[in-house]
Design a protein around this ligand. Structure first.
Ligand SMILES: *Cc1c(COP(=O)(O)O)cnc(C)c1O
Length: 373
Protein backbone atom coordinates (compact mmCIF):
# COMPACT_ATOMS: atom_id res chain seq x y z
CA UNK A 1 0.00 0.00 0.00
CA UNK A 2 1.26 3.41 -0.92
CA UNK A 3 1.11 6.32 1.49
CA UNK A 4 0.32 9.85 0.35
CA UNK A 5 4.00 10.72 0.72
CA UNK A 6 4.76 8.36 -2.16
CA UNK A 7 2.00 9.68 -4.41
CA UNK A 8 3.00 10.41 -7.98
CA UNK A 9 1.76 13.67 -9.49
CA UNK A 10 0.61 13.63 -13.11
CA UNK A 11 2.97 16.54 -13.86
CA UNK A 12 5.23 18.27 -11.32
CA UNK A 13 5.32 21.93 -12.39
CA UNK A 14 6.75 22.97 -9.03
CA UNK A 15 9.95 21.09 -9.88
CA UNK A 16 10.56 23.62 -12.63
CA UNK A 17 11.34 26.30 -10.11
CA UNK A 18 13.58 23.96 -8.16
CA UNK A 19 15.60 23.36 -11.31
CA UNK A 20 15.53 26.76 -13.06
CA UNK A 21 14.68 29.14 -10.22
CA UNK A 22 17.59 31.61 -10.49
CA UNK A 23 17.33 31.87 -14.30
CA UNK A 24 13.56 32.35 -14.19
CA UNK A 25 13.72 34.92 -11.42
CA UNK A 26 16.44 36.90 -13.22
CA UNK A 27 14.30 37.01 -16.37
CA UNK A 28 11.19 38.12 -14.46
CA UNK A 29 13.12 40.82 -12.64
CA UNK A 30 14.59 42.05 -15.92
CA UNK A 31 11.07 42.57 -17.32
CA UNK A 32 9.77 44.27 -14.18
CA UNK A 33 12.74 46.66 -14.16
CA UNK A 34 12.45 47.38 -17.88
CA UNK A 35 8.87 48.64 -17.39
CA UNK A 36 8.17 47.41 -20.91
CA UNK A 37 5.39 44.83 -20.88
CA UNK A 38 4.05 44.40 -24.43
CA UNK A 39 5.50 44.12 -27.95
CA UNK A 40 9.06 44.77 -26.80
CA UNK A 41 12.51 43.19 -27.06
CA UNK A 42 11.67 40.08 -24.98
CA UNK A 43 8.92 39.13 -27.45
CA UNK A 44 11.12 39.79 -30.47
CA UNK A 45 13.96 37.77 -28.94
CA UNK A 46 11.69 34.84 -28.19
CA UNK A 47 10.03 34.97 -31.62
CA UNK A 48 13.41 34.83 -33.37
CA UNK A 49 14.58 31.94 -31.19
CA UNK A 50 11.34 29.96 -31.53
CA UNK A 51 11.18 30.37 -35.32
CA UNK A 52 14.79 29.14 -35.55
CA UNK A 53 14.08 26.21 -33.23
CA UNK A 54 11.22 24.93 -35.43
CA UNK A 55 12.76 25.73 -38.80
CA UNK A 56 10.34 28.50 -39.81
CA UNK A 57 11.16 32.02 -41.02
CA UNK A 58 8.70 33.75 -38.68
CA UNK A 59 7.10 33.26 -35.27
CA UNK A 60 4.30 35.53 -34.08
CA UNK A 61 3.51 35.42 -30.35
CA UNK A 62 -0.17 35.55 -29.38
CA UNK A 63 -2.26 35.23 -26.25
CA UNK A 64 -3.02 31.48 -26.21
CA UNK A 65 -3.09 28.30 -28.25
CA UNK A 66 -6.73 28.84 -29.11
CA UNK A 67 -5.87 32.31 -30.40
CA UNK A 68 -2.94 30.89 -32.38
CA UNK A 69 -5.36 28.55 -34.16
CA UNK A 70 -8.01 31.24 -34.61
CA UNK A 71 -5.69 33.97 -35.88
CA UNK A 72 -3.81 31.39 -37.94
CA UNK A 73 -7.01 30.38 -39.76
CA UNK A 74 -7.97 34.03 -40.22
CA UNK A 75 -4.52 34.92 -41.59
CA UNK A 76 -4.84 32.08 -44.10
CA UNK A 77 -8.11 33.57 -45.31
CA UNK A 78 -10.55 31.13 -43.68
CA UNK A 79 -13.91 32.72 -42.87
CA UNK A 80 -17.71 32.44 -43.02
CA UNK A 81 -19.01 29.77 -45.39
CA UNK A 82 -15.76 27.80 -45.41
CA UNK A 83 -15.41 24.22 -44.22
CA UNK A 84 -12.34 23.10 -42.27
CA UNK A 85 -11.39 19.44 -41.85
CA UNK A 86 -10.51 18.58 -38.24
CA UNK A 87 -9.74 15.29 -36.45
CA UNK A 88 -12.55 13.69 -34.45
CA UNK A 89 -10.25 12.97 -31.50
CA UNK A 90 -8.60 16.16 -30.21
CA UNK A 91 -8.86 18.87 -27.58
CA UNK A 92 -11.93 20.98 -28.28
CA UNK A 93 -9.86 24.14 -29.02
CA UNK A 94 -9.01 22.73 -32.46
CA UNK A 95 -12.71 22.85 -33.33
CA UNK A 96 -13.50 26.08 -31.46
CA UNK A 97 -10.99 28.05 -33.54
CA UNK A 98 -12.84 27.09 -36.72
CA UNK A 99 -16.11 28.36 -35.26
CA UNK A 100 -14.42 31.57 -34.01
CA UNK A 101 -13.63 32.60 -37.60
CA UNK A 102 -17.19 31.80 -38.73
CA UNK A 103 -16.29 28.60 -40.57
CA UNK A 104 -17.68 25.09 -40.11
CA UNK A 105 -15.62 22.29 -38.51
CA UNK A 106 -16.00 19.07 -40.49
CA UNK A 107 -14.76 16.21 -38.31
CA UNK A 108 -12.97 13.31 -39.95
CA UNK A 109 -12.70 10.18 -37.79
CA UNK A 110 -9.15 9.28 -36.83
CA UNK A 111 -7.60 5.87 -37.23
CA UNK A 112 -4.91 6.11 -34.54
CA UNK A 113 -5.11 7.83 -31.14
CA UNK A 114 -2.38 10.25 -32.26
CA UNK A 115 -4.47 11.95 -34.90
CA UNK A 116 -3.82 10.07 -38.11
CA UNK A 117 -6.67 9.75 -40.54
CA UNK A 118 -7.43 6.49 -42.29
CA UNK A 119 -6.36 6.33 -45.90
CA UNK A 120 -9.00 8.01 -48.05
CA UNK A 121 -11.06 9.39 -45.14
CA UNK A 122 -9.78 12.93 -45.57
CA UNK A 123 -10.30 12.86 -49.32
CA UNK A 124 -13.89 11.69 -48.87
CA UNK A 125 -14.66 14.69 -46.64
CA UNK A 126 -13.51 17.33 -49.16
CA UNK A 127 -16.31 19.42 -50.71
CA UNK A 128 -16.21 22.52 -52.95
CA UNK A 129 -16.46 24.59 -49.74
CA UNK A 130 -13.44 23.00 -48.02
CA UNK A 131 -10.83 25.66 -47.40
CA UNK A 132 -8.37 24.22 -44.89
CA UNK A 133 -7.19 21.16 -42.94
CA UNK A 134 -6.06 21.24 -39.31
CA UNK A 135 -4.00 18.12 -38.49
CA UNK A 136 -3.25 17.76 -34.76
CA UNK A 137 0.02 16.26 -33.51
CA UNK A 138 -1.82 14.76 -30.57
CA UNK A 139 0.11 13.67 -27.47
CA UNK A 140 3.27 14.98 -29.18
CA UNK A 141 3.36 12.34 -31.93
CA UNK A 142 3.65 14.01 -35.36
CA UNK A 143 0.88 13.39 -37.86
CA UNK A 144 1.91 11.80 -41.17
CA UNK A 145 1.94 15.18 -42.94
CA UNK A 146 3.07 14.26 -46.46
CA UNK A 147 -0.27 12.71 -47.55
CA UNK A 148 -2.14 15.66 -45.99
CA UNK A 149 0.04 18.19 -47.83
CA UNK A 150 -0.36 16.25 -51.07
CA UNK A 151 -4.14 16.25 -50.74
CA UNK A 152 -4.10 19.95 -49.85
CA UNK A 153 -2.09 20.74 -52.98
CA UNK A 154 -4.47 18.78 -55.17
CA UNK A 155 -7.56 20.54 -53.78
CA UNK A 156 -6.04 23.99 -53.19
CA UNK A 157 -6.45 23.83 -49.38
CA UNK A 158 -4.44 25.51 -46.62
CA UNK A 159 -2.84 23.38 -43.91
CA UNK A 160 -2.60 24.82 -40.38
CA UNK A 161 -1.24 22.19 -38.02
CA UNK A 162 -2.11 22.22 -34.32
CA UNK A 163 1.22 21.64 -32.55
CA UNK A 164 0.01 22.60 -29.06
CA UNK A 165 1.34 19.26 -27.77
CA UNK A 166 4.33 18.85 -30.07
CA UNK A 167 7.13 21.28 -29.12
CA UNK A 168 10.31 19.63 -30.36
CA UNK A 169 8.61 16.79 -32.26
CA UNK A 170 10.14 15.81 -35.60
CA UNK A 171 8.52 14.43 -38.74
CA UNK A 172 10.88 12.55 -41.08
CA UNK A 173 13.72 14.22 -39.19
CA UNK A 174 12.47 17.77 -39.77
CA UNK A 175 11.06 19.77 -36.85
CA UNK A 176 7.30 20.26 -36.70
CA UNK A 177 6.63 23.97 -37.14
CA UNK A 178 7.96 24.76 -40.60
CA UNK A 179 6.33 22.01 -42.66
CA UNK A 180 2.90 23.48 -43.48
CA UNK A 181 1.42 26.89 -44.39
CA UNK A 182 1.34 27.77 -40.70
CA UNK A 183 1.68 25.99 -37.34
CA UNK A 184 -0.21 26.90 -34.15
CA UNK A 185 1.46 26.54 -30.74
CA UNK A 186 0.19 26.80 -27.17
CA UNK A 187 2.39 27.75 -24.23
CA UNK A 188 -0.22 26.77 -21.64
CA UNK A 189 1.75 25.98 -18.45
CA UNK A 190 1.41 22.20 -18.76
CA UNK A 191 2.72 21.96 -22.34
CA UNK A 192 6.29 20.82 -23.12
CA UNK A 193 7.20 24.49 -23.58
CA UNK A 194 4.93 26.12 -21.02
CA UNK A 195 4.62 29.72 -19.90
CA UNK A 196 3.69 31.01 -16.45
CA UNK A 197 0.21 31.89 -17.61
CA UNK A 198 -1.40 31.77 -21.06
CA UNK A 199 0.53 32.14 -24.29
CA UNK A 200 0.74 30.92 -27.86
CA UNK A 201 2.40 31.50 -31.22
CA UNK A 202 2.04 30.85 -34.92
CA UNK A 203 5.08 29.92 -37.00
CA UNK A 204 5.15 30.28 -40.78
CA UNK A 205 7.64 30.78 -43.57
CA UNK A 206 5.23 32.92 -45.60
CA UNK A 207 6.05 36.63 -45.00
CA UNK A 208 2.53 37.79 -45.92
CA UNK A 209 0.92 35.38 -43.42
CA UNK A 210 3.33 36.61 -40.74
CA UNK A 211 2.49 40.23 -41.53
CA UNK A 212 -1.26 39.53 -41.29
CA UNK A 213 -0.77 37.77 -37.96
CA UNK A 214 1.14 40.74 -36.51
CA UNK A 215 -1.74 42.96 -37.53
CA UNK A 216 -4.53 40.61 -36.38
CA UNK A 217 -3.05 40.16 -32.88
CA UNK A 218 -2.83 43.94 -32.41
CA UNK A 219 -6.28 45.39 -33.25
CA UNK A 220 -5.78 44.92 -36.99
CA UNK A 221 -2.98 47.45 -36.89
CA UNK A 222 0.73 47.52 -37.65
CA UNK A 223 1.01 51.28 -37.25
CA UNK A 224 -0.37 52.96 -34.14
CA UNK A 225 -3.96 54.19 -34.61
CA UNK A 226 -4.10 52.97 -38.21
CA UNK A 227 -6.48 49.98 -38.41
CA UNK A 228 -6.59 48.07 -41.67
CA UNK A 229 -8.90 45.26 -40.60
CA UNK A 230 -10.99 43.85 -37.76
CA UNK A 231 -8.43 42.49 -35.34
CA UNK A 232 -8.05 41.07 -31.86
CA UNK A 233 -6.03 41.98 -28.77
CA UNK A 234 -3.98 38.81 -28.41
CA UNK A 235 -0.31 39.33 -27.67
CA UNK A 236 2.31 37.24 -25.93
CA UNK A 237 3.45 39.63 -23.20
CA UNK A 238 7.05 40.49 -22.30
CA UNK A 239 6.97 38.54 -19.03
CA UNK A 240 5.83 35.33 -20.70
CA UNK A 241 8.27 35.80 -23.58
CA UNK A 242 11.21 36.29 -21.19
CA UNK A 243 10.29 33.21 -19.14
CA UNK A 244 9.68 31.14 -22.28
CA UNK A 245 13.15 32.09 -23.56
CA UNK A 246 14.60 30.54 -20.39
CA UNK A 247 12.52 27.40 -20.80
CA UNK A 248 13.36 27.12 -24.50
CA UNK A 249 17.06 26.71 -23.66
CA UNK A 250 16.14 23.59 -21.71
CA UNK A 251 13.50 22.18 -24.07
CA UNK A 252 15.85 19.71 -25.75
CA UNK A 253 17.08 18.33 -22.42
CA UNK A 254 13.55 18.18 -20.98
CA UNK A 255 12.21 16.38 -24.06
CA UNK A 256 15.12 13.92 -23.85
CA UNK A 257 14.07 13.11 -20.28
CA UNK A 258 10.49 12.58 -21.46
CA UNK A 259 11.70 10.25 -24.23
CA UNK A 260 13.72 8.25 -21.72
CA UNK A 261 10.69 7.94 -19.45
CA UNK A 262 8.58 6.80 -22.41
CA UNK A 263 11.16 4.14 -23.23
CA UNK A 264 11.16 2.94 -19.61
CA UNK A 265 7.37 2.67 -19.68
CA UNK A 266 7.53 0.79 -23.02
CA UNK A 267 10.02 -1.73 -21.65
CA UNK A 268 8.32 -2.27 -18.30
CA UNK A 269 4.75 -2.47 -19.60
CA UNK A 270 5.17 -4.55 -22.74
CA UNK A 271 4.03 -7.78 -21.03
CA UNK A 272 1.57 -6.76 -18.31
CA UNK A 273 -0.85 -9.57 -19.07
CA UNK A 274 -4.01 -7.49 -19.23
CA UNK A 275 -5.37 -5.77 -22.33
CA UNK A 276 -3.12 -2.72 -22.15
CA UNK A 277 -2.38 -0.89 -25.40
CA UNK A 278 0.92 1.02 -25.41
CA UNK A 279 1.55 4.11 -27.54
CA UNK A 280 2.80 3.24 -31.01
CA UNK A 281 5.53 5.34 -32.60
CA UNK A 282 5.69 5.48 -36.38
CA UNK A 283 9.10 4.74 -37.84
CA UNK A 284 9.36 8.29 -39.28
CA UNK A 285 8.31 9.97 -36.04
CA UNK A 286 10.28 11.56 -33.20
CA UNK A 287 7.53 12.32 -30.67
CA UNK A 288 7.79 15.14 -28.12
CA UNK A 289 6.18 12.78 -25.56
CA UNK A 290 3.85 15.45 -24.22
CA UNK A 291 1.69 12.60 -22.94
CA UNK A 292 2.16 8.86 -22.52
CA UNK A 293 -1.27 7.50 -23.36
CA UNK A 294 -2.22 3.86 -22.93
CA UNK A 295 -5.52 2.27 -23.91
CA UNK A 296 -7.57 -0.30 -22.05
CA UNK A 297 -11.06 -1.74 -22.37
CA UNK A 298 -11.09 -1.51 -18.55
CA UNK A 299 -9.90 2.11 -18.48
CA UNK A 300 -12.08 3.35 -15.62
CA UNK A 301 -11.19 0.37 -13.41
CA UNK A 302 -7.51 0.80 -14.21
CA UNK A 303 -7.70 4.53 -13.41
CA UNK A 304 -9.42 3.81 -10.08
CA UNK A 305 -6.79 1.21 -9.23
CA UNK A 306 -3.97 3.64 -10.02
CA UNK A 307 -5.63 6.37 -7.95
CA UNK A 308 -5.86 3.96 -5.01
CA UNK A 309 -2.10 3.45 -5.32
CA UNK A 310 -1.44 7.20 -5.24
CA UNK A 311 -0.84 7.53 -8.98
CA UNK A 312 -2.45 10.59 -10.54
CA UNK A 313 -3.61 9.98 -14.12
CA UNK A 314 -5.69 11.95 -16.61
CA UNK A 315 -7.94 11.24 -19.57
CA UNK A 316 -7.28 13.13 -22.82
CA UNK A 317 -10.19 13.36 -23.53
CA UNK A 318 -13.22 11.77 -21.86
CA UNK A 319 -15.86 13.40 -24.12
CA UNK A 320 -15.12 14.00 -27.80
CA UNK A 321 -15.96 17.45 -29.23
CA UNK A 322 -18.96 16.17 -31.22
CA UNK A 323 -20.56 14.95 -27.95
CA UNK A 324 -20.12 18.31 -26.19
CA UNK A 325 -23.13 20.52 -25.60
CA UNK A 326 -21.23 23.38 -27.26
CA UNK A 327 -21.74 21.60 -30.60
CA UNK A 328 -25.28 20.35 -29.97
CA UNK A 329 -27.49 20.97 -32.96
CA UNK A 330 -24.58 21.49 -35.39
CA UNK A 331 -23.82 19.23 -38.35
CA UNK A 332 -20.71 18.00 -36.48
CA UNK A 333 -22.85 16.70 -33.60
CA UNK A 334 -24.69 14.27 -35.87
CA UNK A 335 -21.51 12.95 -37.52
CA UNK A 336 -20.79 9.25 -37.20
CA UNK A 337 -17.41 9.08 -35.46
CA UNK A 338 -17.13 5.60 -33.91
CA UNK A 339 -13.37 5.73 -33.42
CA UNK A 340 -13.56 9.01 -31.45
CA UNK A 341 -16.28 7.53 -29.24
CA UNK A 342 -14.23 4.38 -28.68
CA UNK A 343 -11.01 6.26 -27.83
CA UNK A 344 -12.82 8.51 -25.35
CA UNK A 345 -13.70 5.37 -23.37
CA UNK A 346 -10.27 3.76 -23.54
CA UNK A 347 -7.45 6.32 -23.31
CA UNK A 348 -5.53 6.93 -20.09
CA UNK A 349 -2.56 9.27 -19.68
CA UNK A 350 0.09 8.08 -17.21
CA UNK A 351 2.31 10.53 -15.30
CA UNK A 352 4.84 12.06 -17.72
CA UNK A 353 7.19 15.00 -17.57
CA UNK A 354 10.82 16.07 -17.36
CA UNK A 355 10.77 15.85 -13.58
CA UNK A 356 9.25 12.38 -13.24
CA UNK A 357 11.87 10.49 -11.24
CA UNK A 358 12.77 6.84 -11.81
CA UNK A 359 11.44 6.05 -8.33
CA UNK A 360 8.10 7.74 -9.08
CA UNK A 361 7.90 5.98 -12.42
CA UNK A 362 8.56 2.64 -10.75
CA UNK A 363 5.55 3.26 -8.49
CA UNK A 364 3.42 3.82 -11.62
CA UNK A 365 4.81 0.74 -13.34
CA UNK A 366 4.22 -1.46 -10.31
CA UNK A 367 0.67 -0.16 -9.96
CA UNK A 368 -0.13 -0.83 -13.63
CA UNK A 369 1.41 -4.29 -13.45
CA UNK A 370 -0.56 -5.06 -10.30
CA UNK A 371 -3.93 -4.29 -11.91
CA UNK A 372 -6.31 -7.23 -12.29
CA UNK A 373 -9.41 -6.43 -14.34
C1 LIG B 1 -3.66 23.01 -25.22
C2 LIG B 1 -4.22 22.78 -26.57
C3 LIG B 1 -4.83 23.80 -27.33
C4 LIG B 1 -5.19 25.13 -26.74
O1 LIG B 1 -4.17 25.86 -26.19
P1 LIG B 1 -4.48 26.99 -25.07
O2 LIG B 1 -3.20 27.70 -24.96
O3 LIG B 1 -4.89 26.28 -23.83
O4 LIG B 1 -5.57 27.85 -25.63
C5 LIG B 1 -5.20 23.53 -28.61
N1 LIG B 1 -5.03 22.31 -29.17
C6 LIG B 1 -4.50 21.29 -28.47
C7 LIG B 1 -4.30 19.98 -29.15
C8 LIG B 1 -4.08 21.49 -27.15
O5 LIG B 1 -3.55 20.46 -26.46
Amino acid sequence: MTTSGDSVPFLDLGALHAELGPELEAAALRVIRSARFLLGPELTGFEVAWAAAVGADHAVGVGSGLDALTLGLRALGVGPGDEVLVPSHTFIATWLAVVQVGAVPVPVDVETPVGDWAHGALEAAVTPRTKAVVPVHLYGHPVDLDPVLELARRHGLCVLDDAAQAHGARYRDRPVGGLTHATAWSFYPGKNLGAFGDGGAVTTSDPETARRLRSLRNYGSTQKYVHEEIGWNSRLDEMQAALLSVRLEHLGAHNARRARAAQRYDEALSDVGHDLGLPQTAEWATPAWHLYVVTSAHRDQLAAHLASQGVECNVHYPVPPHRQRAFAGTSAASADLPRADELAGQVLSLPMGPHLTDAQQDVVIEAVRGFRP
